[in-house]
Ligand binder design. Structure first.
Ligand SMILES: Cc1ncc(COP(=O)(O)O)c(C=O)c1O
Length: 425
């Protein structure tokens, strides 16, 4: 360990990390990504609605991602948000049915519910893991569905949540936008509920810039999902060169949430390096755990022992206790200054998020009213705790080596010592 300057970098002291040592850049393009994109560029087939020439990249990615997640089917989409929307639409619920959503998640988990004509009912999370707990489901008198979000790097206990939701007849959707490749007793995230929804947006561990996918074992649901994301059209079983690969089956009414062929080709390439990246990140995460073990006042997020593989999306460092004058936002800026890498607090719980405001959309007025009624008086101490005590690091920081982990641990130690000493500057 280096002897750190006692003055924090945020107060003008020398930073733990030399700024000439850059952090890994994200995203990391797979070695063959350029060739894959170039092949699409010259293929005369840029979309799944292009005249058919040969197997679509989108079909290839669907096959490969379903195999990765261990499900029978995958329907790619343009965003994780639309993956959630069409999955909710595939459930056949009635207008304004309540859908349980954990309070600690990105706003899209809840806005997808509203876009589907349903009402998000916010539930607290377990402060140990940041995920929905089965007891939150048991407490509800009625539910149309439950969305279990795998948060940051922890998985929700989907089998227990499914058992708790069964008496209500409520199916469980996994929001696995942050959990590609995580496993629960050997079963991949996304394969545990009736369907799993993924985001392939820029910051995610598998990315093409903007993209998404739904995985499911249910063939009927997969067919519906195809229509819901391609204006009521499904793939032809045997497309003929020159004709459109989609046919107008129209058993439901869809919209256009299709993934482009460029994005699908890029995802195929990126999928080839995902497990190598998991191995590097998870090794570094274990090293960081060891380095922080003797640092009082900070801990890594707890993991349910049933989760046997991590997929690090964001790594929460939980600072407890924090004295009243020190917020986690302050800790985040102090860490950012020490490391030259952005550390940030989690978003506020959805119960007080500015981004979840259905009343601002006149066409949502009836749902907005029910949303306010259904969530009045609910409390979220678990979500509040993490939103006020955690500081997040992006997974790209874990793609380097143990020296990087030492820098993180040194910076955390320097800050916790400063806090423990009760100093103001
Ligand atoms: C938990 C969660 N759900 C849904 C989404 C939405 O995905 P997208 O941004 O691809 O629409 C995200 C994206 O950050 C997310 O983190």
């Amino acid at each position: 360990m280096k002897a750190p300057s006692l003055t924090l970098a945020v107060h003008g002291g020398r930073a733990v990390r030399d700024e000439r040592r850059p952090w890994p850049v994200w995203p990391v393009a797979a070695p063959h990504a350029s060739a894959a994109l170039d092949a699409v560029l010259h293929s005369a087939s840029w979309a799944i609605t292009s005249p058919y020439r040969s197997e679509l990249q989108e079909r290839r990615f669907a096959r490969r991602f379903a195999a990765y997640v261990g499900t029978r089917h995958c329907v790619p989409t343009d965003h994780g948000s639309s993956a959630l929307l069409i999955t909710l639409e595939s459930l056949g619920l009635r207008y304004a049915d309540p859908v349980l959503v954990p309070a600690l998640t990105w706003t899209a988990t809840a806005t997808a519910v509203l876009r589907a004509g349903l009402v998000p009912v916010l539930a607290d999370v377990d402060p140990a893991t940041g995920c929905l707990d089965a007891s939150a489901v048991t407490a509800e008198p009625e539910l149309g569905a439950v969305i279990a979000v795998h948060w940051a790097c922890a998985m929700a206990d989907v089998p227990a949540i499914t058992a708790a939701a069964a008496p209500l007849g409520a199916p469980v959707i996994e929001d696995a936008a942050q959990a590609h490749g995580a496993r629960w007793q050997g079963r991949p995230a996304g394969s545990l509920g009736v369907a799993g929804c993924f985001s392939m947006q820029h910051s995610k561990v598998l990315t093409c810039g903007e993209g998404g996918a739904v995985v499911t074992d249910d063939a009927d649901r997969a067919g519906l999902l195809q229509e819901l994301r391609a204006d009521s059209r499904r793939y032809r079983t045997h497309p003929v060169p020159g004709e459109l690969p989609l046919q107008e089956t129209a058993t439901t009414m869809g919209a256009n949430f299709c993934l482009s062929e460029f994005a699908a080709a890029l995802l195929c390439a990126q999928l080839d390096i995902l497990d190598e990246q998991h191995a590097v990140r998870n090794g570094n995460y274990e090293a960081l755990g060891r380095l922080l073990a003797d640092v009082p006042g900070v801990r890594l997020l707890s993991r349910n022992p049933a989760q046997d593989r991590l997929s690090l999306y964001e790594v929460p460092l939980v600072f407890d206790p924090l004295p009243p004058q020190r917020t986690n936002a302050w800790v985040a800026s102090a860490l950012t200054a020490e490391l030259g890498m952005r550390a940030y607090p989690p978003r506020s719980p959805l119960s007080r998020s500015r981004l979840l405001a259905p009343r601002l959309k006149p066409t949502l007025a009836p749902l907005a009213e029910r949303f306010t009624e259904r969530n009045a008086g609910r409390r979220f101490p678990g979500a509040e705790y993490l939103s006020q005590h955690a500081v997040l690091l992006h997974h790209s920081a874990f793609l380097g080596n143990e020296e990087d982990m030492s820098d993180i641990a040194d910076a955390v130690r320097k800050i916790t010592r400063f806090i423990a000493a009760g100093r103001s500057a």
